[in-house]
Write a protein that binds this ligand. Structure first.
Ligand SMILES: Cc1cc2nc3c(=O)[nH]c(=O)nc-3n(C[C@H](O)[C@H](O)[C@H](O)COP(=O)(O)O)c2cc1C
Length: 249
């Protein structure tokens, strides 16, 4: 990187080849299985298999991380990384957990649509999902919250995610305060820390899924599945059948 903050990724990539790339990757694109022909009927099942493989091989610290994109009602987008806590296929949704009062929480409240991207470099695969957002059932959020480490549970009370804080020390004070309140500071790890009402899960119900497999010479293999989601009651949908199309790379 130059002193003025400019990074020339093209020349750094070229300089890093082939040894760095070869070391980082234990398989090559030539050996990656392409999408079946005809295209399978349930794309999120394939995505779940890819995620399971990435978690098993653990070539990166957080193979279950995904970029989550939301938008304001006016269409201004924002994106951040969250952890994927489940792909449920069928019926076809992806679950993640966060603070309902965070920036993403406000955007999802006002515009309950989102998109995610998962990418595993060493597997030469990418998953894109677009769809509708509903809050996870309270029982799911309670169960997942209870499974988290004590410090994370305390942190969920202490942090008003996405809000300004005067200093790092003020944040640490808030964490210590919340710890005391729940008896955690005294090392009382059995002390119950209930789930804050502003913290819980979301389900991204898939309306569109795209699977991407790296091909030789950038002739990648891509396919997009779409279906209709017709709302029926709170947080539930009538699911149309998936239709699949192969796409040019
Ligand atoms: C690897 C990784 C995993 C993360 N997982 C989560 C998560 O599961 N939930 C979450 O709320 N934030 C998670 N974050 C933090 C978010 O990226 C983000 O900073 C935070 O949710 C606030 O986003 P917002 O202001 O857009 O709402 C993670 C960040 C990283 C880098």
């Amino acid at each position: 990187m130059s002193s003025d903050g400019y990074i020339d990724t093209a020349s750094m990539r070229a300089a890093g080849r082939p040894s760095t790339i070869a070391r980082m990757s234990n398989s090559s694109a030539e050996h990656t299985e392409l999408l079946a022909e005809p295209l399978p009927g349930e794309p999120l099942k394939i995505a779940a298999g890819w995620l399971a493989q990435a978690l098993k091989e653990r070539q990166q610290p957080n193979p279950d991380s995904m970029v989550l994109a939301t938008a304001t009602p006016e269409g201004a987008p924002s994106a951040r990384v969250v952890l994927c806590k489940g792909i449920v296929a069928p019926p076809g949704y992806i679950q993640f957990y966060t603070n309902y009062l965070s920036r993403k929480g406000h955007e999802l409240e006002e515009n309950p649509r989102a998109a995610i991207v998962m990418h595993w470099d060493h597997l030469h695969r990418q998953v894109r999902v677009e769809g509708r957002i509903v809050k996870a059932p309270e029982a799911d959020s309670d169960a997942y919250f209870a499974s988290r480490a004590l410090a994370s549970r305390v942190g969920a009370w202490a942090s008003q995610q996405s809000q300004p804080v005067a200093s790092r020390q003020k944040l640490l004070d808030a964490v210590a305060e919340a710890g005391k309140r729940f008896g955690a500071a005294a090392g009382n790890i059995s002390h119950a820390v209930p789930r804050p009402p502003h913290w819980g899960g979301y389900r991204l119900w898939a309306e569109a899924v795209e699977l991407w497999v790296e091909g030789d010479h950038r002739i990648h293999d891509r396919a997009r599945w779409t279906r209709t989601l017709t709302p029926k009651g709170t947080g539930d949908f009538e699911l149309g059948p998936w239709g699949a199309t192969r796409l040019q790379p």
